[in-house]
Design a protein around this ligand. Structure first.
Ligand code: ATP
Ligand code: MG
Length: 386
């Protein structure tokens, strides 16, 4: 090897959905560092494979498939947090894995994650472990109503959460989870949900993107407003908490840190995702470095890119219509400063994430003006059966 020359690496990704797709697209723009992307995904023709990733078609938890991926890759990362951290740990000798399987193990169990944050004096809402219905009854005595009963693992889009509003929901909530490991959490009457996309590279350099505001519908992220419409103090506080979190968490890559702003303007961390995050999709147009490129820079040990927000931007998720499942009409938008990104999913399902649109403020438009523009755009980006 010529001195100073770096060999391009083969990148393996567990998961080839839209996040894997956008990581693959970023990888293709850095051929001097990444020569090939292989994704492990059970869905034929998964989004990442449509943009040039090679695919190993198997379940995310298929041990042999993970070993196969590790043998074929120099470096492994993931777009989902449900990978088997024990299996991943066992293949660490074959490929470098970032974030580390140990960090994944702690994060993917929300109870361990919250305990870890609490031990490190990072503010979270009150919570306790739940093993029996007796624990639940005791917890309710302490916390009062409402509370959230949550699955410790494998939850996404709010599917692992059950809100208990009164005594009559208790049995129903406990039965809903059928033997899954659980914990109970105080319900926060938040003013706003916000998040910070943070990154750390393998050398320990840390950079965070500016605070954004997240609006959920039916437990699914619907809209991200960058920057968040909060005071400078709240922004600073949230960004400081994100940085502190990054300093205690080990592992390289992007982390999506979801937070609540409480009625008293306190910041509580809701949860951390050890991967690129839906609330960071605005960075594709709003920042010099997208979160996908940043993730690659972080795991490759390159200097992290600029995270400044160049243009205020609104990201709106395009979700499957709740009233049908099946093929849908293609969407088209040809307006300046509006960027449509579809994920190549053939079938729409209720609330399935099919794409997103970024509305970028370029001529000094305010967030309020962008929100109006979004309203008039909604008809054009509604999913309809074909
Ligand atoms: P996602 O995949 O969308 O991040 P998830 O299944 O991991 O979701 P959470 O992030 O724990 O679940 O919760 C989903 C949403 O439920 C949150 O974004 C928030 O709106 C609401 N929520 C969660 N925990 C609380 C809480 N303690 N108090 C009030 N609302 C909450
Ligand atoms: Mg969440």
């Amino acid at each position: 090897m010529i001195e100073g020359m770096v060999m391009a690496k083969i990148l393996g990704i567990i998961g080839g959905g839209q996040l894997g797709m956008m990581i693959t697209e970023a990888a293709k723009k850095m051929p001097e560092h990444i020569s090939k992307v292989i994704v492990l995904d059970p869905t034929e023709n998964c989004p990442a494979s449509q943009v040039g990733a090679e695919q190993i078609m198997a379940d995310f938890k298929d041990k042999n498939a993970i070993i196969d991926l590790a043998n074929k890759s120099d470096i492994i990362t993931y777009e989902i947090e449900s990978g088997d951290s024990t299996v991943l740990k066992s293949v660490e000798k074959n490929a470098e894995i970032n974030p580390s399987p140990e960090t994944l193990r702690v994060i993917q169990d929300k109870f361990l994650q919250k305990s870890f944050l609490k031990e490190n004096n990072i503010p979270v809402s009150e919570f306790i472990e739940i093993e029996t219905i007796k624990d639940l009854e005791n917890g309710l005595k302490d916390f009062g109503y409402p509370v959230l009963l949550k699955a410790r693992r494998d939850a996404y889009d709010g599917r692992g959460n059950f809100k208990i509003s009164s005594e009559k929901d208790v049995g129903k909530a406990f039965d809903y989870f059928k033997g899954q490991k659980l914990f109970l959490e105080k319900f926060i009457q938040f003013k706003m949900e916000v998040s910070v996309i943070a990154s750390r590279n393998t050398k320990g350099q840390i950079k965070t993107y500016p605070l954004v505001e997240n609006i959920h519908e039916e437990n699914i992220l619907r809209e991200t407003i960058a920057p968040a419409r909060v005071s400078r103090e709240i922004t600073k506080k949230a960004e400081r908490i994100a940085e502190r979190t990054m300093r205690v968490l080990r592992g390289a890559g992007i982390f999506g840190i979801e937070m609540f702003v409480t009625q008293n303007d306190e910041i509580l961390i809701n949860e951390i995702a050890p991967r690129v995050h839906n609330s960071g999709h605005h960075t594709l147009q709003s920042s010099k470095t997208s979160q996908f490129e940043q993730h690659l820079r972080a795991i490759l040990g390159l200097d992290l890119g600029d995270t400044e927000l160049i243009h205020p931007t609104i990201m709106y998720n395009i979700l499957g219509d709740t009233s049908f499942e099946g093929k849908y009409l293609p969407l088209k938008i040809s307006e300046e400063n509006i960027f449509l990104k579809m994920y190549g999913k053939e079938i729409s399902k209720p609330l399935r994430k099919l794409g997103h649109v970024n509305l970028v403020s370029k001529e000094g438009e305010s967030i309020e003006q962008l929100l109006k523009k979004l309203e008039s755009l909604k008809e054009k980006i509604t999913i309809k059966p074909s």
